[in-house]
Write a protein that binds this ligand. Structure first.
Ligand SMILES: Cc1ncc(COP(=O)(O)O)c(C=O)c1O
Ligand SMILES: [Zn+2]
Length: 436
């Protein structure tokens, strides 16, 4: 039976994030005439009439369970690889080491293409196809390009991807395997952006899906916020810690929290939002502490957490708003610290997180030491991707870090065998919800 129009999605229109212009969501839109990002708005009364929290609980464990709050108008246009409802894991050993026993990690490593970028790609590609586009084109630090290339392939759309030569190599492989038109640039994501903008002139039917230059990627990413609330039983944590490059994730999470509050599905204080950047590229941290409304381009950005190499984000003012409105903060961490913490998380909890995710654990350590975080705080860290996408971050050269034995060698006894400490597992949320 065909769905009644407006039943699958309660999308109403697009609002400019900076001025009071309003746009028709049925048209293909980029940014506002004033240059600022557009944000999707929903008819909240309609959402409330169509669905409630128990209906959602009965739906499949993917991000489309929130379809009334997503922009795709017809279920038949959904392009999916099974994304969403990633686990919200308790980290009791790490939490007690860092002095934050209520530490949780939302693990986006367990999603198609191994990073949270799949969320934006699933929703953005589905909507681009629904609006009749024939291709998508974007600059990327690697992970987003990989995600958009595979979702475009799944949708039968073409993709044009440009990434810096220093982006994680596996993301190139993913784009090439998915048949993307792929180019590398000896430069930064902003340089890639200029090349994409020029190439679009010769590609009618392609949408410019650069960060925040179309309104729907952020809608996919906001589902991280919806899931955190649902997995905690429609309660919000005290703090959410997020590795921030272009800022789409943190803007999306904040947007989700506001929409949930407007619907009355959550109440009380919003979580304090923390933007984590690398010391080698921290324009938002600098702007926040300088009291500025937007950031200055960061000169010569460099970090092993490559997704954070964004010298100036189009949505920087929205990130700053979200942090200030929730009483949050922004903090920069050094590569040496985050690489050490990447190993600590893996050795204490068995989770091999990406360097961007590792940066958030360093931030938790530092914010607890400074007293900004209290012991009683429930803190959710977003691990935005799998460490498997960055194998070079842990050196394991044969004969250097790892011994090589001949067949006749014996494995030496460990120096000081230690009895394993008993552990108590805290509440753990599964892919399908929360489990005690
Ligand atoms: C693994 C990872 N984490 C975080 C980010 C930053 O994302 P956002 O644009 O949402 O700030 C990126 C961006 O490339 C990334 O690849
Ligand atoms: Zn505007």
């Amino acid at each position: 039976m065909a769905a009644t129009p407006g039943q699958y999605s309660a999308l109403s229109h697009l609002d400019c994030s900076a001025c009071d212009r309003r746009y028709d969501a049925a048209q293909v839109c980029g940014t506002c005439e004033c240059g600022a990002p557009l944000l999707a708005r929903y008819d909240t009364e309609r959402v409330a009439a169509l669905v409630n929290r128990s209906d959602i609980a009965a739906r499949p464990a993917d991000l489309w369970r929130y379809h009334e709050l997503l922009p795709v108008g017809d279920a038949g246009h959904v392009v999916s690889l099974g994304e969403g409802m990633t686990p919200l894991l308790a980290l009791p050993r790490l939490g007690s080491k860092l002095g934050v026993p209520g530490l949780l990690m939302k693990d986006e490593g367990l999603i198609p293409t191994g990073t949270f970028k799949a969320r934006g790609a699933a929703v953005g590609v589905s909507r681009a196809a629904e609006l009749g586009m024939s291709g998508v084109a974007m600059p990327t630090n690697g992970n987003a390009g990989a995600a958009w290339a595979v979702y475009a392939a799944r949708a039968g759309l073409a993709s044009l991807i440009v990434m810096p030569t220093r982006a994680p190599e596996i993301t190139r492989v993913e784009c090439a395997a998915a048949g993307a038109e792929l180019y590398l640039v000896d430069g930064l994501i902003n340089d890639a952006g200029r090349l994409v903008a020029a190439a679009l002139a010769a590609r009618p039917g392609y949408q410019d899906t650069s960060t925040l230059k179309e309104p729907y990627r952020v809608e996919g990413k906001k589902t991280m916020g919806l899931e955190i609330a649902e997995q905690l039983g429609w309660r919000l944590p005290d703090v959410i810690v997020y590795p921030t490059g272009g800022g789409v994730g943190i803007i999306g999470i904040y947007k989700a929290l506001l929409e949930l509050r407007e619907l009355g599905w959550v109440d009380g204080e919003l979580p304090r939002l923390v933007a984590v950047q690398a010391a080698g590229c921290a324009p938002i941290v600098k702007a926040l502490h300088a009291g500025a409304d937007e950031s200055e381009p960061w000169p010569d950005p460099k970090t092993v957490a490559f997704g954070l190499t964004v010298p100036k984000a189009l949505g920087d003012f929205l990130v700053l708003d979200a942090i200030r409105a929730t009483g949050g903060t922004a903090i920069a961490v050094r590569d040496t610290e985050l690489l050490a913490d990447q190993r600590t998380v893996a050795s204490l909890e068995g989770c091999f997180v990406c360097p961007e995710g590792a940066a958030c654990f360093t931030a938790v350590r530092r914010l607890r030491e400074s007293g900004w975080l209290a012991q009683r705080d429930q803190v959710v860290v977003l691990n935005t991707g799998s460490g498997l996408k960055y194998p070079g971050t842990v050196p394991v050269r044969a004969g250097a870090e790892v011994p090589v034995l001949t067949r006749s060698d014996c494995i030496p006894a460990p120096a000081a065998p230690a009895a394993p400490a008993p552990i108590r597992r805290a509440r753990t949320a599964s892919r399908r919800g929360t489990r005690a």
